[in-house]
Design a protein around this ligand. Sequence first.
Ligand SMILES: *Cc1c(COP(=O)(O)O)cnc(C)c1O
Length: 409
Amino acid sequence: MSITDQYISLEKKYCAHNYDPFPIVLDHGEGVYLWDVKGNKYLDMMSAYSAVSHGHKHPRLLSVLQKQASKLAIISRGYHNDCLPRFIQRACELTKMDMALPMNTGVEAVETALKAARKWGYEVKGIPENVAEIIVCENNFHGRTIAVVSFSSEEQYRKGFGPFPKGFVQIPFGDNAALKAAINKNTAAFLVEPIQGEGGIVVPAEGYLAKCAEICKQHNVLMLCDEIQTGLGRTGKMLASWHEGVTPDGIMLGKALGGGLLPVSMFLAKKDVMNVYTPGDHGSTFGGNPLAAAVGFEALNVIVEERLIERAAELGEYLLTKLRQLTSPIVKSVRGKGLLTGIEIDTQYVSGREFCNALIARGVLSKETHETVIRLAPPLIITKEQIEFALVVIRETLKDFELRYQRSA
Ligand SMILES: *Cc1c(COP(=O)(O)O)cnc(C)c1O
């Protein structure tokens, strides 16, 4: 058995089968590149769903991680630490929020937002106990806990995991009238991704988010933006909601917040929302630990100092322009903003999975979402030349499948 097959069969035997990974075994990375155990080099156009916006083992982040790990790593929030304050302050300043609550994974930040919204609904808005509603969008992705999958429209995410908590209302994404119609006196919040990432890089029509913000304000409903994937520069602004001049009442950050080294997330909000939390209401053993806070703080600084947001805007525009020039019949549409882009393919030619396998064989890592969308979301440190390489590979791969289709027809 090859070394690759050995790793894969061992993992298959002992690891739960909740993923179906591509058959390569990666063992190191640097910048925009990853290598497998056989020494093959890949351009990472996936960056762990935006968690690796800074690139793999960014030198500044690695140095902070090593220094802080050798000093103090985990103490719990039962004591103050000297890393959390400046991390939280920086995150609030950069996102124009008043306060933040640190967690670890994205879905925990979402749960934190949902709990805050409900409590705000009861204590501030005056909704009668236990009837608060939160409006969400169809085709959403906010994580995998029972509460969060309860309002997913993806059958597989829910099936077998009920019973589910109540109080969530689904409306179509991109539909302002539906939001207006769904709001009633018990509505506490509207939770939305400015661009649906896992849903297939779905960019709503211009003006959608701004109108949502206006509707929420009119009805005293909190606007909560899940910026876990779209935030921190990915779409060419610090927050994707800023493309429409929206300042939400609360946002969720995760993924890139950990600098590609650690799971770090947070819920950030305006004071009157965050202040519903009192000691003992909510927490996390690891949330806000010194190691995560030190790395998170440096991750934010790197985004600003290395102009990653500006890079995402410029290079994203370039990538999108080039992708839109693809003439292949396989390409149904090209979508995205900044360096969060996707190609929707016509699966009568090739499945998303097969297409990604072909990209991998040519040295480009991507992953399909919803079977038909090829996600292209590289680290924000990527260069124009590296994007060019990806484009060459994509064009070759498209051509290859066109020819195969012609031959089989
Ligand atoms: C990835 C993601 C999450 C969940 O983050 P985890 O760290 O996997 O829990 C939530 N919301 C959005 C928009 C995401 O992209």
